[in-house]
Design a protein around this ligand. Structure first.
Ligand SMILES: C[S@@+](CC[C@H](N)C(=O)[O-])C[C@H]1O[C@@H](n2cnc3c(N)ncnc32)[C@H](O)[C@@H]1O
Length: 311
């Protein structure tokens, strides 16, 4: 039995802006790639009443169970799918969707549960997988990947300036004994990095980097964007909320590229690429949370929402 308090207090990030940009219609067909606690999904279902339909994806069976309970009142208008959003094309035909949203990354429900191993604030198994069916966990990466690979992901995905030192320290420690918990990893990073003058915890960037590697999150974003455009009908809306500068760059570059008619270099007078715009950007600059939202939901601080409409 799911306790409704798990979702009743949950605040979806940038909710009002998402609903304005998605503009759900009474007979529309929508997809939510990252169901989580079902906040954005419920917003779409409410706004597209009485006949709007929604398919919603999550890899996490716990999130699915919670959202299923929340979305029960919407009956057959919603179909919940335990799969990656990268497989959108298996569930939505080309030119069928009026809107697609993804709210990337980890949910507060996942962060709050120590047994999921996402957070350095608790001591749990070093896991970080969105789905227990995934082969590689954070413990596998931390204990088995070569030092250079560890250093690379800390640098690339965590933008961690002390990536080399952290990777070296992890490797020294794991030679003595396998690193199995978030607490162990946090302490190793802390002793490699020190506290410095930063406002964030010294393990923040490294934990984020390892989570992105575990779930291959950047690859997933790259592959879902063209799939989403295929699935949208003309006039359909694409909305992406990202929390990481690399993700936001992928989304921005994709939308900019697909909003242009020609990709030839500017000095070339005659177009030879034949590229045609398939999107129109709806957000020249990313939508960000205001101070009120950040006060209530600190996670919203790093959220960036970009949207486009299919031509
Ligand atoms: C930030 S939460 C979404 C919150 C949601 N918008 C809400 O209102 O509750 C992100 C969710 O996406 C899921 N997720 C991450 N990557 C995924 C993927 N490739 N496919 C499906 N779900 C994914 C995570 O398990 C997590 O539950």
């Amino acid at each position: 039995m799911i306790d409704p308090s798990l979702y009743s207090s949950h605040i979806p990030v940038l909710f009002e802006s998402c609903m304005r940009l998605m503009n759900p219609q009474p007979c529309g067909f929508y997809a939510d790639g990252t169901l989580g606690a079902g906040g954005h999904s419920e917003g779409i279902l409410k706004a597209s009443a009485p006949d709007g339909k929604l398919i919603a994806f999550d890899l996490d069976p716990v999130a699915i169970e919670i959202a299923q309970e929340r979305l029960k009142p919407y009956g057959s208008r919603v179909r919940i799918i335990q799969d990656s959003y990268v497989n959108l094309g298996l569930y939505a035909e080309d030119n069928s969707l009026d809107g697609f949203i993804v709210d990337l990354g980890v949910s507060s429900m996942q962060l709050d549960r120590e047994d999921r191993g996402f957070s350095f604030l608790q001591d749990g198994p070093l896991d970080m997988r969105f789905s227990p069916a995934q082969a590689v966990s954070a413990a596998d990466i931390v204990n088995d990947w070569p030092e250079e690979e560890l250093s690379r992901i800390l640098w690339e995905y965590g933008e961690e300036r002390k990536s080399r030192r952290i990777a070296a320290m992890i490797c020294a420690e794991r030679n003595a004994a396998r690193i199995e918990t978030t607490g162990q990893l946090r302490d190793i990073i802390q002793s490699a990095v020190g506290y410095g003058r930063e406002k964030i915890h010294p393990a923040t960037r490294s934990f984020q980097a390892i989570r992105i590697a575990v779930n291959e999150e950047l690859k997933a974003v790259e592959s879902v964007l063209p799939a989403a455009v295929n699935a949208l009908k003309p006039g359909g809306r694409l909305l992406v909320i990202s929390f990481h500068s690399l993700e936001d760059r992928i989304v921005k570059n994709f939308i900019r590229k697909e909003s242009r008619d020609c990709l030839c270099p500017p000095e070339q007078l005659v177009c030879t690429c034949g590229h045609k715009a398939i999107l129109r950007e709806l957000t020249r600059h990313p939508v960000i949370a205001d101070e009120d939202e950040i006060r209530i939901n600190p996670r919203a601080r790093s959220a960036r929402l970009r949207a486009a409409v299919k031509l």
